[in-house]
Write a protein that binds this ligand. Structure first.
Ligand code: ADP
Length: 294
C-alpha cells in the first residue's frame, strides 16, 4: 500500500513537472530519471525491512520451539517424581503434604499443557504441522469424546448432552487434529460454564450440548454452553494468539489464550470454517464445519 501511494504521488509529480517544463526536454528526462532512482531505493529499503521482519519472526518461532522441547523432558520427570511421592511408596504422606503434592501436580500439568500448546503454535507457524487426510465419521469421534468428558462435566455439576443427525456423510480431514479441536472447545465450554456456576449462580444449572448435523456440503459440530459468555468488546480478538477475555481473567487464573488460535489454524488448514456466537453472562456457541468426503 505504501509503495502504491508513493508510485501514484511520484507519477503525478513527474507529470506536473513534465507539463510545466515541456519546453526543456532534458530537464524532464532528468526529473524522470531522478524519480525512478528514488523509487528503486525506496522499494529496496521496504523489501529488505520486510525480509528482516520475516527473518526475526522465523527466529522467534525457532526459539520458542527449541525452548519448549528443552522444557518438556524435565517437566515429564517432575510429574513422574511427584506421582511417585504421592503414591506413598517412598514414605507415608502426612499432614498437609498430600494437599501440597496435589497443587504441585496440577501446576506441573498446566505447564505441560502450555509447553505443548507453544510447540503446536510454533509448528503451525513454521508450517510443520503434519496433516493426514482421510474420510471419517465426525459424529463417532465426537460421541466418544463426549463420553470421556462426562465425568469431568459431572464433577462440575454440568449436564453434558450429545445429539447427532442420522446417516451423516463422512468428512475429509485429519481425525487426530480434529479431535484436538473438539477437545479444546469442549474443555473451554466446561471451564467457562463451571466458572459461571461456581460464582454464585445455581450450582445445578450448567448445561452443554454438542450437536453434529449436515449443512449444505459440510458437516457441522456445534458446542453450546450456558457459561460466562464473552464480553461484546472482546469478541473481535477471540481467535488471536494469547488473547483472553476480560471476564475470564476475573474468574480463572489458568489458561494460555492459545487454544482457539490453534483450533482456527487446524480448521482452516482442513478447508473448514470456524466461528462462534456469545452473550456475556448467558453463554456461548462455538462451531466448526468440515468438507464432506467425496
Ligand atoms: P484459554 O481458554 O486457555 O484462555 P483459548 O484460546 O482456548 O484460551 O480461549 C481464548 C479465550 O476465549 C478465553 O480466554 C475466553 O476468554 C474465551 N472463551 C473461549 N471459549 C469460551 C467459552 N466457551 N465461554 C466463554 N469464553 C470462552
Amino acid at each position: 500500500m505504501v509503495m502504491g501511494i508513493v508510485i501514484i504521488v511520484t507519477s503525478i509529480l513527474t507529470y506536473s513537472i513534465g507539463t510545466r517544463y515541456n519546453s526543456d526536454p532534458e530537464s524532464v528526462v532528468l526529473v524522470v530519471l531522478l524519480m525512478t532512482a528514488f523509487l528503486l531505493i525506496l522499494s529496496f529499503i521496504i523489501t529488505s525491512s520486510f525480509e528482516r521482519l520475516a527473518e526475526a519472526n522465523r527466529l522467534k518461532s525457532e526459539f520458542v520451539s527449541i525452548v519448549s522441547h528443552q522444557i518438556r523432558s524435565p517437566l515429564t520427570n517432575l510429574k513422574w517424581i511427584v506421582e511417585l511421592l504421592m503414591s506413598g511408596i517412598l514414605g507415608k504422606i502426612e499432614g498437609k503434604q498430600g494437599e501440597y503434592f496435589k497443587i504441585l501436580k496440577e501446576n506441573t500439568e498446566r505447564m505441560q499443557e502450555l509447553v505443548n500448546e507453544l510447540l503446536t503454535v510454533s509448528r503451525i507457524e513454521a508450517t510443520k504441522l503434519v496433516f493426514k487426510r482421510e474420510p471419517f465419521a465426525l459424529e463417532k469421534i465426537a460421541g466418544d469424546l463426549v463420553e470421556e468428558f462426562k465425568p469431568i462435566a459431572k464433577s462440575s455439576n454440568i449436564q453434558l448432552e450429545f445429539t447427532a443427525e442420522k446417516n451423516l456423510p463422512k468428512v475429509f480431514a485429519d481425525p487426530f487434529q480434529i479431535l484436538q479441536v473438539m477437545e479444546n472447545l469442549l474443555y473451554n465450554a466446561i471451564r467457562y460454564t463451571a466458572a459461571a456456576f461456581n460464582d454464585g449462580k445455581d450450582k445445578n444449572n450448567g448445561k452443554i450440548t454438542v450437536r453434529i448435523f449436515k449443512k449444505r456440503n459440510s458437516v457441522v459440530c456445534e458446542i453450546t454452553d450456558n457459561g460466562i459468555g464473552i464480553p461484546k468488546d472482546d469478541k473481535k480478538f477471540i481467535f488471536q494468539k494469547f488473547f483472553r477475555a476480560g471476564n475470564v481473567r476475573r474468574y480463572q487464573a489458568g489458561g494460555s489464550g492459545l487454544g482457539l488460535y490453534i483450533c482456527k489454524s487446524i480448521i482452516e488448514k482442513s478447508n473448514g470454517r470456524i466461528g462462534f456466537s456469545s452473550k456475556e453472562n448467558s453463554g456461548s456457541t462455538f462451531w466448526f464445519s468440515l468438507p464432506i468426503a467425496k
